[in-house]
Design a protein around this ligand. Structure first.
Ligand code: AMP
Length: 249
């Protein structure tokens, strides 16, 4: 079976994000970019399924600027087989991404899509769910364990208050949570090999998808700083502060 892994190019998680002076968004000029961390986990999981003989091919898809080729190349250097870049230079919203992925899935016919639970730039947590809805496929979101056998898959999900295991029939969409695995680093020989792996170049027009944003960003602001805390001497003082100053008792 084929596995399709959508990967997004985002601001590197180590970078301290700065808001543009006009408040229209975050500064992306000369900022280090990298693969969305949850997508690294998805790539790793797909590779492990291929290494276990469950999957035959791992296809990487990114929708974004030409430079997203580098992100695809990183996934190819980890071991994925080939990539597809749908080039779009403006911001992309989850619904447009899901519509494009749906078209690619109709063509490629993978039996499993492994996406990240969220992209750390916009924190939308929507694409996997929208894609499952468009495809009419079952979905296992926030996965921390995957077990596939006989056309079915058990997905252990990280939910509030614990873990929930569900059984899905393939084809299905999974979104990955942090504890699913620890992604590998690409070795130097694999980085060299990845240069020769194919990346197909496409545009949203090839899939007939209207990329016009449906959302209007009104304002982007820095989070306010937190006030310093105080140490209390004992429980009685804590209770008094909660009652008299915080008004929560
Ligand atoms: P989001 O719904 O934006 O939080 O993103 C959830 C997941 O959808 C990401 O972890 C990716 O797997 C996928 N995704 C979102 N945007 C893109 C994109 N532009 N290109 C490829 N995959 C994407």
């Amino acid at each position: 079976m084929k596995i399709l892994v959508p990967v997004k190019r985002v601001v590197d998680y180590n970078v301290k994000v700065r808001v543009k002076s006009d408040g229209s968004g975050v500064e992306l000029t000369n900022v280090k970019m990298a693969m969305n961390p949850f997508d690294e986990i998805s790539v790793e999981e797909a590779l492990r399924l291929r290494e276990a003989g469950i999957a035959s091919e791992v296809i990487i898809v990114s929708i974004g600027p030409l430079k997203a080729q580098e992100t695809i190349r990183t996934a190819l250097a980890m071991g994925a087989d080939r990539g597809i870049l749908v080039q779009h230079d403006e911001l992309v919203e989850p619904l447009a991404v899901a519509k494009i992925l749906k078209q690619i899935i109709d063509e490629e016919k993978p039996e499993l899509v492994i996406a990240g639970k969220q992209a750390i730039d916009d924190d939308n947590n929507q694409t996997g769910q929208m894609l499952a809805a468009l495809l009419g496929w079952p979905q296992g979101t926030f996965a921390s364990v995957l077990a596939i056998a006989d056309g079915e898959m058990d997905v252990t999900r990280e939910v509030d208050g614990g873990l929930q295991t569900i059984k899905l029939k393939l084809p299905a969409v999974v979104t990955t949570d942090l504890r699913l695995n620890e992604p590998r680093y690409a070795s130097l020989p694999n980085i060299m090999k990845a240069k020769k792996k194919p990346i197909e170049m496409k545009t949203p027009e090839d899939y007939g998808v209207d990329m016009t944003p449906r959302l209007t960003v009104l304002k982007t602001i820095e989070p306010t700083g937190r006030n310093a805390g105080v140490k209390v001497a004992d429980v009685a003082e804590l209770v008094a502060k909660l009652r008299d100053e915080a008004g929560v008792l």
